[in-house]
Write a protein that binds this ligand. Sequence first.
Ligand SMILES: [Cu+2]
Length: 336
Amino acid sequence: MKSLLRVALLVLAAAPFATQAGQIREYWVAAEPVTWDYAPSGKNLLHPGSDMGVWGKRLSYPKYRYIRYTDATYRTPVPQPEWMGILGPELLGEVGDTLKVHFRNRADRPFSMHPHGLRYDEDNDGADHRGAGAMIAPGKSYTYTWTLDEGAGPGPSDPSSIVWLYHSHVDHVADIYQGLIGTIVVTRKGMAISSADPRPRDVDRNFTTLFMVFDEEDGAEGGLKHAMNGYIFGNLRGLEAVEGERVRWHLVALGSEVDLHTAHWHGETVLDHGRRTDVIELLPASMVSVDMVADNPGTWLYHCHVGDHMTAGMMTRWTVRPRPQPTVAPPGPQPN
Ligand SMILES: [Cu+2]
């Protein structure tokens, strides 16, 4: 009897591990030098008759980006949707999962990966010049282990997934202006599509936009690139939904005291934690997830509503395509 009780207690003790153990999700990410172009079309796509003012005088700059690869060979990059622009890969998981991020520094200066919101120990903070992951030298690699515990997941009044920033944290300010920025999306436990696909099942599409003024020329006005995902004057493209889709928008910002942004959608409204609005306020390191039902077909402005940010090109357009109509057979003679 005593041994039976002991077995029962052991089973009870083991049960939480069986149900709470999530997936281990591996990502291979390299920091690499790139040349970034803030307006690949070379044009002001908002006002085709106008130029881009002082901000258009120079458009390409050397930067760094986080690039995701398929595996440990770091040979095959994983393609990203056009709208992601300068953002690094979106790292996904469900509460209970663990992210193993194999970081390789292919740049010429030390960089790191520091995640907001996730659970980590000092070696995996990727910051503060302390711990094994704080400063990865050029040519070196480090595997970050980050846990998606309850504290990393959506709170009671959050939607079914929330966004966190990650960025390099060696030279705190410069690393971010250099372009080493990405996001993590954590889905509430039980809301993932499947164990293989941690995206939330109550959403049809998600977009992430970073509002940030990149300082390319030590504060000179023409070098202050008022960018959405690294693009100015309508050059952020590919934000396209289909009529009727449930769209989740993740909004993030970084930068300095000029980085107070008011993201504004034309054509639709969003639900922000129970509040209905069409403007979301952002400050440096803000992270906000809001929901929209895209039910108004058209091509609409999506921009920062701060006056001098609009002047500097912090604007683009997004599209809701009409839902394809079911085809109806033409009237004709009925078969006998
Ligand atoms: Cu702004």
